[in-house]
Design a protein around this ligand. Structure first.
Ligand code: PLP
Length: 395
C-alpha cells in the first residue's frame, strides 16, 4: 500500500486536469499570438484559464499573470523591486521579509543584499510566528517591499497577512509612502481562503504554484493588483500584456484554471477532512511514540504536520518509511536540499536544538489522503522509530 504524505512538495494532479490538458495539447495546439483560427482557439483557452484563476481568488482576470513556477513569480517580485537600475537609491533601499521564507524568496533577497539593499529578516518564535511589533518597528520611509509568506512550507504556520496588510496600509497613509506587500501563497492556496477583495485586500502581489493544488508542474501565477508598478522579468515577444514574454503554456494554463476552480470548491468541507486526518496522526504520534516534539503550531494550516523524533535521524526514517510505501519529507523537498547542510533554516530560526532538527519529518496531506493511508503511515512510522532507537544507529 502507498501512503503519499508529501503533498507540500507536490500534489497528485486531478484526473479532470490531466484529461483536459491532454485534450488541449492534442487539439488546441495553435500559438495564442497567431492571427488564424487555431491561434484564436488557443487564446480563448488561455483567457478561460485566467478567468478561472481570477474567480478562485476573487480578483479581476487582468490582475492574473502566468509564469513558469512559484519560484519565477517570487523572483519577479523580489528582483523587480530593485527597479530598472537594480541598485538601491536613497529613498528606496529597504526590504522586509522573514527568516523562514522559501529559498525562492531568500535567495533573490541575498542577491539584493549583495547589491547594497538593506534586508530585514523578521525573527520567528518557537511556533514559527512573527512579531507584528518587530514589523512595525522595521518600517521606514525608504522601505520598498514587505514579503511574507502566507503559509510556511515546513511547519504549516499561517502568517497574519491580513494584519500585515493593515499595518502596511496605515503606514503608507500616515507617511505618504507606497510600500508594497507581497505574499508567497504557494502553500496556502486551496487550504485557506484567499480573497483579494476580502482578507487579502491589502496584498499587492501574490505568488502561486499550480503543482501544489493538483494542477500541472511548470505553471505559476503572479497576482499583481491593478495600479501596482511591477516591472517585467522576462522580455521578448510581449506576451501576458508585455509583462511576461514567452509563448504561453496553453495546456498548462488550461489545467491550472481548472485545478484552481476545483481546489476552492467545497473548501471548508475539504479542510475539515484534512485537518481531522492530520489531528488523528498527531494524536497517535503524541500518545504512542515517546520523545517527540510537535513543530507545527496548533492553529497551523490543515495539511502540514512537522514532528521531531528525538534520538533518530529524519533522513534515515524517511528512507525506512519509503520501503513500506510511505512517502514523507524531512522539510522542503521542493528546494533541492537547500537546508540540508546545517539542517532546516526554518527549524533553526524557531530555536530548535540540533538533535530536534536532525530528527524532524514533515507529513503533508491533501484532499486525496485517506484514513487507510494515515493508519499505514502511523504503523510503519512507529515501528521505524522503535527499531532505530533500539539499534541506536543514529551515531
Ligand atoms: N514558495 C514556497 C512556499 C514553496 O513551498 C515552493 C515549493 O515548494 C516554492 C515557493 C517554489 O515553487 P515552484 O516549485 O513552483 O517553483
Amino acid at each position: 500500500m502507498i501512503a503519499y504524505l508529501d503533498n507540500s512538495a507536490t500534489t497528485r494532479q486531478y484526473d479532470e486536469v490531466t484529461d483536459l490538458m491532454a485534450h488541449i495539447a492534442k487539439n488546441t495546439y495553435g500559438n495564442p499570438s497567431s492571427l488564424h483560427a487555431l491561434g484564436f482557439e488557443a487564446e480563448k483557452t488561455v483567457k478561460t484559464g485566467r478567468q478561472q484563476v481570477a474567480g478562485a481568488i476573487g480578483c479581476s482576470p487582468d490582475e492574473v499573470f502566468f509564469t513558469s513556477c512559484g519560484t519565477e513569480s517570487d523572483d519577479t517580485v523580489i528582483l523587480g523591486c530593485a527597479g530598472p537600475s537594480g541598485r538601491p537609491r536613497p529613498n528606496r533601499k529597504r526590504i522586509i521579509s522573514t527568516q523562514v521564507e522559501h529559498p525562492a524568496v531568500l535567495e533573490p533577497l541575498n542577491e539584493l543584499e549583495r547589491r547594497g539593499f538593506e534586508v530585514v529578516r523578521l525573527k520567528v518564535d518557537g511556533n514559527c510566528r512573527i512579531d507584528l511589533e518587530e514589523l512595525k518597528n522595521a518600517l521606514t520611509e525608504d522601505t520598498i517591499l514587505i514579503s511574507v509568506m502566507t503559509v510556511n512550507n515546513e511547519t504549516g504556520a499561517i502568517m497574519p497577512i491580513e494584519e500585515i496588510g493593515r499595518i502596511k496600509a496605515e503606514y503608507n497613509k500616515a507617511h505618504g509612502t507606497s510600500i508594497l506587500l507581497h505574499t508567497d501563497a504557494v502553500q496556502a492556496f486551496g487550504k485557506i481562503k484567499i480573497d483579494m477583495k476580502g482578507n487579502f485586500r491589502d496584498v499587492d502581489l501574490m505568488s502561486l504554484s499550480c503543482h501544489k493544488f493538483h494542477g500541472p508542474k511548470g505553471v505559476g501565477v503572479l497576482y499583481v493588483r491593478k495600479g501596482t508598478k511591477q516591472p517585467p522579468f522576462m522580455l521578448g515577444g510581449g506576451q501576458e500584456r508585455g509583462f511576461r514574454s514567452g509563448t504561453e503554456n496553453v495546456p498548462g494554463i488550461a489545467g491550472t484554471g481548472l485545478a484552481a476552480e476545483m481546489s476552492v470548491k467545497d473548501l471548508d468541507r475539504k479542510r475539515e477532512w484534512i485537518a481531522a486526518l492530520r489531528d488523528l496522526l498527531r494524536d497517535r504520534i503524541v500518545s504512542e511514540i515517546p520523545d517527540v516534539r510537535i513543530n507545527s503550531p496548533e492553529n497551523g494550516v490543515c495539511s502540514v504536520l512537522n514532528v521531531s523524533f528525538l534520538k533518530t535521524r529524519g533522513e534515515v526514517l524517511l528512507h525506512t518509511l519509503e520501503q513500506q510505501g510511505v512517502f514523507v519529507s524531512t522539510g522542503s523537498a521542493c528546494s533541492s536540499n537547500h537546508s540540508s547542510k546545517k539542517g532546516s533554516h526554518v527549524l533553526n530560526a524557531m530555536g530548535l536544538k540540533p538533535a530536534e532538527i536532525e530528527g524532524a519529518l514533515r507529513f503533508s496531506l491533501s484532499e486525496f489522503t485517506t484514513r487507510e493511508e494515515i493508519d499505514h503511515a502511523f504503523a510503519t512510522l512507529k515501528s521505524a522509530v522503535e527499531t532505530f532507537r533500539k539499534l541506536g544507529s543514529f551515531r
